[in-house]
Design a protein around this ligand. Structure first.
Ligand code: F0G
Length: 436
């Protein structure tokens, strides 16, 4: 049973075939989600099956996404799947980061260990499989960088043409470099993310291009496996909190859906709470969450943050994310540029490292523990969404006291680590090292 597409709007709930090329509901404009009948699934049998697959040499089984394919059975067969061995990301203890945020302990689920260096690969392998199944030859996305890097990689592997649209001058070099290297047609548009998304949706409709932004419901299906794999790694013990950065809010939507479905199947007995962290200069979801009626999002016209991955003023998936965060009794918080920069340096000092958007998680936890909203002894998993080397320019500037916030004000290199120029003289270098 390949499931169906259903309108997420609770007032509409229209159903469509899983093979209809739709990004939003044709009746009401609402978001769409894939729905399945999970009744035949048995938790114990699934646990055993997923564990056994780890010993298989089949790439489908070795993928940290497709290993869990029973939880997103939208395909008729798996012949068109392109896997780059995505997922399989570690869950890392980080005592120094825990201490920094005021927690007794903390684990990072590091999605930066993916083939293209971000969590987007979990969703992209699923979205690309749908593109192949539908016989599409061209795929497109608008991106703050990571989606485009990931889509370019998977399109290249699948033999599809990739067209990426990025805001001119506002994406990290590591990400742009990846898209170029993977051979994607790369269009830099003089507009921000939100404006470009509207443009791309029109083009996709007109030209029959398959759109692989996170509004695509199959991307969300793949991203659910971040949560499934994390819970499997924890022996199916849910944490108290799952903390993640929020931009377009696809990931928050995917995490909530995964948790609901895992509970429905009986793989977990209770829902962890979701905490979504936004950068202060790009925080429309935080504003919505704080508003009394939580009725409709008010977009931020000129979103600003050095964490360019989450520089989004009109997040597409907000209705889903709002529902999921509320369903888990979760929270939304904002953090400043300085808080992100310092938290990022601390994650680096754990020997782990991440890109700026990911560090919003640790900064957010520090703030929430400080305010007593997360207990010091809480069991917390923070999801690091992207690899350290995605944005090396930011790192160098921070450590050498050259990092300016989006308004041009200098940020403090609180945990800075400047490179030191020394003469070619062993005695003087030795003396310097002794002095510490
Ligand atoms: N962290 C990183 C590293 C990201 O690249 C993104 C989103 C997010 C967090 C936020 O996730 O959108 O699901 O709330 N990047 C998208 C992109 C927008 O185009 O690569 P979200």
């Amino acid at each position: 049973m390949p499931g169906q597409l259903r309108c997420f709007s609770h007032a509409c709930r229209a159903n469509f075939a899983i093979t209809d090329v739709l990004y939003t509901c044709p009746r009401c404009g609402g978001l769409l989600e894939a729905c399945y009948d999970f009744q035949a699934l048995e938790p114990e049998a699934l646990r055993r099956l997923w564990r056994d697959r780890r010993l298989s040499d089949d790439l489908l089984d070795r993928s940290g996404v497709w290993r869990y394919r029973e939880m997103f059975p939208f395909l008729d067969d798996y012949a068109g799947v392109v896997s780059l061995r995505e997922g399989n990301t570690p869950l890392l203890d980080a005592p120094a980061a825990a201490a920094y945020s005021g927690l007794d302990g903390l684990q990072f689920k590091h999605q930066g260990y993916n083939p293209s260096g971000s969590f987007k690969d979990n969703g992209m392998t699923a979205g690309m499989a749908q593109a192949v199944r539908l016989g599409r030859k061209m795929v497109a996305c608008v991106s703050t960088g990571n989606t485009s890097a990931s889509m370019a990689a998977y399109a290249a592997a699948a033999g599809l043409k990739a067209v990426i649209f990025i805001p001119h001058g506002n994406i990290a070099y590591g990400k742009l470099a990846q898209a170029l290297e993977y051979g994607a047609v790369t269009l830099q548009v003089e507009a921000n993310f939100d404006q470009i998304l509207a443009l791309v949706r029109e083009l996709a409709e007109r030209e029959g291009i398959y759109l692989l932004n996170s509004v695509n419901p199959f991307r969300i299906e793949g991203q659910k496996t971040i949560i499934i794999e994390m819970l499997e790694q924890r022996g199916w013990r849910p944490p108290d909190w799952i903390v993640l950065p929020g931009g377009n809010l696809g990931n928050a939507s995917a995490f909530g859906k995964a948790l609901r479905e895992l509970k429905q199947v009986g793989l977990i007995g209770r829902l962890p709470r979701l905490a979504v962290i936004q950068a202060q200069g790009a925080a429309p979801f935080y504003d919505l969450f704080r508003s009394a009626e939580r009725a409709a999002i008010r977009k931020v016209d000129d979103p600003k943050t050095l964490a360019t991955a989450i520089r989004i003023g009109a997040p597409v998936s907000w209705p889903k994310a709002l529902y999921e965060v509320q369903a888990t009794g979760g929270l939304v918080e904002t953090v400043t540029e300085q808080e992100i920069a310092d938290a990022k340096a601390i994650i680096g000092r754990c020997g782990i490292g991440c890109e700026p958007a990911s560090a919003a998680t640790l900064a957010g936890m520090k703030k929430m523990t400080g305010a007593g909203r997360i207990r010091r002894d809480a069991d917390v998993v923070a999801v690091l969404t992207g690899h350290l080397l995605k944005d090396p320019d930011y790192i160098y500037r921070y450590h050498t006291n050259q990092l300016l916030d989006p308004d041009g004000r200098p940020l403090e290199p609180t945990f800075g680590n400047r490179p030191v120029v020394v003469p070619n003289d062993p005695a003087r270098i030795a003396a310097m090292l002794r002095e510490g």
